[in-house]
Design a protein around this ligand. Sequence first.
Ligand SMILES: [Zn+2]
Length: 116
Amino acid sequence: MKRSEIKKLDKIWSEKVKEIGNYRCLKCGTTDKKLESAHIVGRGAYNTRWRLDNGLCLCFTCHQDYDQHRNHMESWVRDWIGEEKWNELQEAGRPCNAGKKYFYEDVKKELDENND
Ligand SMILES: [Zn+2]
């Protein structure tokens, strides 16, 4: 995939995650701050990079907190999404599962199909 395509998908993913989160920070509940989309399994893992259930809508402040205090935030995220989903995402994002090739059109279609 071209870098420009990856960027485009990231943007679509990010917008969708915020939309699903009702434009409200999942952690502190604010709607006033700049909202961002955080990855649960880091975006280095392409298997989970564009999965909408791998995203959290967080305000700028909570996102920073999240990135800087991963260990501390982990228990909160696990509570939020549930142990089963957490384990499934971790498993899916493991490097040994990353052999698959991703194509822009496929991922975009998947993201588009999540339109309600
Ligand atoms: Zn927040």
